[in-house]
Design a protein around this ligand. Structure first.
Ligand code: FCB
Length: 452
């Protein structure tokens, strides 16, 4: 696959970009959209940097045609976006809002017309507020409402969409949403968090079944997990055990039920009564075969034993001498370690890297160009590791950069710019960054030049 200085990828490789609804769309009270938990959360003082919110974001709801045009110009093969549940079912269930369905129908048609494969994600954290008012994800009913929503979407788009992602990062939705409270709905209750985690997984299983029963095109159904390889900070036995526990909560808590129909026994022992009792049949639903696994990878985790830390007695440390972005350590080798480990332990049918990217504090230079060399380097270094994993047998069929556009980065507000395309929030002007041009070249050549 490779020769000197150039790593080539398989012909049908899916080169894509990812976004999510609340982070780019804006238009939060247009065309019948209901409130989401992020609308509510952003209005609570101190939750989001500078009190920012997604009311306007990158104004994609009005500028989607321009954004599709940019993707076509970059030659992209695939676009992963999310559907805002509160646009489709403003109260979470019951009455369907046809204008919401129309928006995504038009988007899908425009993508297909340009030869870009749509990859909708059904849930990227914007739960209808009406469902949070009934308890949110800790309430088991939410899983069944999610399946109803999936069915509505499958009826509307299942004649055109092949690839589906049920959830984005259920770990983050459960743990940051209901345990640490850093994300909407801002609850801080470990029992609620573990219930949320289980119900998110259950809802994945129910929605996957609804998609398979309803979509006209045979669907490829997957889920996107945030996964990181976890390494001990030292060779001590205590640190090693801490890394096993951290890996349990972050990775195996989701991978084991999805691929083995069981929660990891060491975690159940650790968490005891905090962990919800799955009802009979839940694990069979959750573990029904997936068509693909989506992997969101940004960084590794290094941990040490800490008896003070609740539950898992393990804390993340930032290793000295490492390279850092504004948010995380930069560790390309972790991509390889993670992909090969997933393949060895779980044997997914195939894998897509559904997110990978870096925040860079970039801005246009005097000539209007955005020279984000650091992003190019990050993406290139990670693609080298992706390629290595494929050469070692990992069945990887696609790679999606987070993100197409600069956007609303949750609790960080607009401070973090992840886009291949710069957004001037004052004017909503889009400028393709140097990284965007570089990625277009990767797609056009179907490979990565290294050592340049
Ligand atoms: C991931 C999220 C995505 C974005 C990136 C930076 O955890 O899925 O929405 O915030 O991180």
């Amino acid at each position: 696959m490779s020769n000197d200085g150039f790593l080539s990828f398989p012909q049908s490789f899916l080169w894509g970009v990812s976004t999510s609804a609340y982070q780019i769309e804006g238009a939060v009270d247009e065309d019948g959209r209901g409130l989401s938990i992020w609308d509510t959360f952003c209005r609570q003082p101190g939750k989001v940097r500078n009190g920012e919110n997604g009311d306007v974001a990158a104004d994609h709801y009005h500028r989607w045609q321009e954004d599709v045009h940019i993707m076509a110009e970059l030659g992209l093969k695939a676009y992963r976006f999310s559907i805002a549940w509160p646009r489709i079912l403003p109260s979470g269930y019951g009455a369907v809002n046809p204008k919401g369905l129309d928006f995504y129908g038009r988007l899908v048609d425009a993508l297909l017309a340009k030869g870009i494969e749509p990859f909708p994600t059904l849930y990227h954290w914007d739960l209808p507020q009406a469902l949070q008012d009934r308890g949110g994800w800790p309430n088991r009913d939410t899983a069944y409402y999610f399946a109803e929503y999936a069915q509505v979407i499958a009826e509307a788009l299942g004649d055109r969409v092949t690839y589906w992602i049920t959830h984005n990062e259920p770990f983050v939705a459960a743990v940051l949403g209901y345990f640490t409270g850093e994300h909407a709905p801002g609850v801080q209750d470990p029992v609620a968090a573990f219930q949320a985690g289980h119900h998110l997984l259950l809802s994945h299983g129910l929605a996957a079944q609804a998609l398979r029963e309803t979509a006209r095109l045979r669907p490829h159904v997957g889920i996107a997990l945030n996964l990181s390889p976890v390494y001990p900070a030292s060779e001590s036995e205590a640190d090693r055990q801490a890394a096993v526990r951290f890996d349990g909560v972050l990775n195996r808590m989701f991978l084991d039920p999805l691929f083995r129909r069981q929660y990891p026994q060491d975690l159940l022992n650790l968490l005891g009564g905090l962990f919800p009792q799955p009802e009979p049949g839940d694990l069979d639903r959750i573990g029904a075969p997936l068509d693909f696994l989506g992997v969101n990878y940004y960084s590794r985790i290094v941990v040490r034993h800490d008896p003070e830390f609740p539950l898992i007695q393990a804390v993340q440390v930032q290793p000295e001498g490492a390279e850092y972005s504004q948010m995380w350590e930069i560790y390309p080798q972790g991509m390889y370690d993670l992909l090969t480990r997933i393949w060895a332990d779980y044997r997914p049918a195939y894998v897509l890297v559904t997110e990978n990217g870096i925040p860079v504090a970039d801005a246009p230079d005097l000539d209007g160009r955005v020279r984000d060399e650091r992003r190019i380097r990050y993406l290139r270094d990670h693609l080298v590791q992706v390629h290595r994993a494929m050469s070692d047998g990992v069945p990887l069929r696609g790679y999606f950069v987070w993100s197409l556009l600069d956007n609303f980065e949750w609790a960080h507000g607009y401070a973090m710019r992840f886009g291949l395309v710069y957004v001037d929030y004052a004017t909503q002007q889009r400028i393709v960054k140097d990284s965007g041009r570089w990625y277009a070249q990767v797609v056009a050549e179907n490979g990565v030049r290294v050592g340049e």
